[in-house]
Write a protein that binds this ligand. Structure first.
Ligand SMILES: [Zn+2]
Ligand SMILES: [Zn+2]
Length: 642
């Protein structure tokens, strides 16, 4: 009779076969109520599953990722049930779980309207309130095919016919509705407490444009109302903050069809981009990096030697020249830096040697994967490589981690998580070297005082890595920086140094990127700040405007004075009401708005307002310049407003 082992190692014995539900009840009434499903010997099963033999069991509740997935999956079924009750002639097809929610595709004679969605959602709520039991049964394939044909569900019949012979055909029922599914599902519809239908779109059956068009309804589902509300708020915020929209509104950049995934930077966007480069240049120079630049096009043989052609070839652009040579456009900067390291004899005394490059790389991505500046085909990395001895790995990794976190703070990201990816199954190098490399990275995150999470087996084939994940203003996570310890590439490309015993030795290479892709980091910044970039990054830091023509000369003089001091200043001398001008520049998210009327001219002052509408009063130009300078050099830690 079954002995059930729980995740904490404790065991429960039963003198007869028991269901998951009974085991949960045996542990406690609270758990029985919270149980949505279970992992039985690693496999997800329903709470109605009958345990007949000894097994490892973990009850799944809405606190687990599995539980959330089951809720979303079950809500997709609830959606289908509601649609069938309201529109019996609609046919059901498939309804998978996606990020943050689910969808379900229906064959229906017309697109669903927003009113339909509201009605369907109300019906779903009604069915959930009825708390109908969800039951599972298994049916022979032929019987299942004719069962669904009999219901007029021709798509389902087609899906069943395509299921491999060895697989069981299971049906799930709730109320008077039955659907084909592998499961598992929540035990009853009452467990579905917080959901919302979000949109409708057309989708082809089996994703093939030669097939008929189906109606896809999207929705989201959460364990409770509070989490649902938070998600909907995040969605709304994310839409408002979409960098593509802000980029257009602020005239920063554009993309067009002739250059998929490559950015046309407009003057203002490029100004910000250059500020990012200028900032990073300063930081990495202070950290001992030397800036280099390697060719964009190099003979493909070099990429064969580095292993990129084999491992990364599908993402590379190749070109053949009239002299019959094949070149690759660089997808990464590392091999170029190794060439520079190799040029001339290197002594152990020189190490660490640190190279940095704002390297423009090209990587082919399917057009469907492209997304604004977040996912492009041509981008600029703030790439760096430190060549070190094995003894230097830890110290270098610790210094790097501190540098990276400090840099993120300058951009307003305080909430940073570190993921540590250790040795994968397929790897090169001895275990002893891996031990040392991994220990170095663990020491680095410890030194930074940050808890890391383990990404087991997810390191690169040449070494372990740290991944830095930023949390933005609306709670989204972005992986940006990485530090990788490479025990492989320097050797493959024949790099060495002369050690203290006059022997040739292969250096270890630390790859690092802090912004990662500058294009993507730019987008993250825009969304994090909702376009209101801190003054030190703003393309225009202040606009000085006149009230009437009488102040034209004065305004010009103010602009020139500030411009000559290195500030990014514009003037607005248009014959418009000053209120209109202020509104316009506020919409353009210019941090400071300087107004000069007759009074200001007479007293040699400017009236200063902020984009958040705060009136800072009148002040002399010297005072304004002084305070702005403090704000810029402190990178927004000391603001004029505060
Ligand atoms: Zn299902
Ligand atoms: Zn690299």
């Amino acid at each position: 009779m079954p002995v059930v082992t729980l995740p904490d190692g404790s065991q429960r014995r039963f003198d007869r076969p028991v269901t998951v539900d009974e085991v949960a009840g045996d542990i406690g009434a609270g758990l029985r109520k919270a149980a949505l499903a279970a992992r039985l010997n690693g496999r997800l099963v329903d709470t109605s599953y009958l345990i007949q033999e000894d097994a490892q069991l973990a009850i799944v509740t809405d606190r687990d990722a599995d539980g959330l997935e089951i809720i979303r999956h079950s809500t997709a079924h609830l959606l289908a049930q509601a649609v069938k009750e309201l529109f019996p002639e609609a046919q059901v097809t498939i309804g998978p779980v996606i990020e943050d929610g689910f969808y379900y595709d229906f064959a229906f004679k017309r697109p669903f309207t927003p009113e339909d969605l509201a009605a369907i959602e109300a019906k779903m709520a009604e069915l959930a309130r009825a708390d109908e039991k969800v039951t599972r049964r298994v049916m022979p394939r032929d019987e299942a095919v004719s069962f669904f044909k009999g219901l007029g569900e021709l798509y389902k019949a087609e899906i069943i016919a395509a299921i491999p012979n060895k697989e069981e055909i299971s049906l799930y029922g709730q109320g008077n509705w039955v659907d084909l599914c592998r499961g598992p599902h929540v035990p009853s519809t009452g467990k579905l407490k917080a959901f919302k239908l979000t949109k409708v779109a057309g989708a082809y059956w089996r994703g093939d444009s030669r097939n008929e068009m189906l109606q896809r309804i999207y929705g989201t589902a959460w364990p409770d109302k509070k989490q649902l509300e938070e998600y909907l708020h995040r969605l709304e915020e994310a839409e408002k903050r979409d960098h593509r929209r802000i980029g257009k509104d602020l005239d920063l950049f554009h993309l067009q069809e002739e250059a998929p995934g490559a950015v046309f930077w407009h003057p203002k966007g490029w100004t910000v981009f250059q500020s990012l480069i200028g900032y990073m240049r300063e930081r990495q120079r202070a950290a001992g990096y030397e800036e280099v630049n390697a060719p964009e096009l190099m003979d493909a043989s070099l990429w064969a030697q580095s292993g990129h052609l084999e491992k990364f070839g599908e993402n590379m652009y190749l070109t053949k020249t009239p002299d019959e040579r094949t070149y690759a456009i660089k997808p990464m900067n590392c091999p170029g830096h190794v060439q520079i390291f190799k040029h001339g004899l290197r002594s152990y005394r020189e190490l660490p040697v640190r190279f940095a490059e704002f390297g423009k790389v090209h990587r082919y991505e399917p057009s469907g994967a492209l997304h604004g500046l977040m996912r492009v085909r041509a981008f600029t990395q703030d790439d760096g490589h430190a060549f070190v001895t094995e003894e230097q790995i830890t110290e270098e990794a610790v210094a790097l981690t501190k540098l990276i976190l400090d840099i993120y703070r300058d951009f307003g990201f305080e909430d940073v998580a570190i993921k540590f990816a250790d040795r994968p199954e397929k790897r090169v190098g001895s275990d002893a070297i891996w031990d040392r490399a991994e220990a170095a990275l663990i020491a680095a995150s410890d030194a930074a005082g940050i808890q890391y999470t383990l990404n087991r087996g997810e390191g690169a084939f040449y070494g372990p890595k740290l991944e830095f994940v930023l949390r933005d203003a609306i709670g989204r996570d972005w992986q940006c920086g990485t530090v990788q310890v490479d025990l492989n590439m320097p050797e493959r490309l024949g790099a060495y140094y002369i050690d203290e015993h006059s022997q040739k030795k292969t250096p270890v290479m630390l790859h690092r990127a802090i912004f990662g892709s500058l294009e993507r980091f730019f987008a993250i910044l825009l969304e994090h700040h909702a376009g209101r970039l801190p003054a030190w990054l703003s393309p225009v830091q202040a606009v000085v405007m006149s009230i009437t023509d009488r102040q034209t000369d004065y305004v010009q003089r103010v602009k020139e004075t500030l411009k000559n001091q290195g500030f990014r200043i514009e003037s607005d001398l248009r014959n418009e009401k000053v209120g209109f001008k202020i509104r316009e520049h506020t919409l353009m998210r210019v941090p400071y708005l300087l107004v000069a009327g007759d009074k200001e001219v007479a007293a040699n002052l400017v009236a200063v307002r902020t984009r958040s509408g705060k009136d800072l009063g009148t002040m002399s130009l010297e005072t304004f310049a002084e305070r702005l300078r403090i704000e810029l050099t402190s990178r927004g830690r000391q603001v004029m407003e505060g």
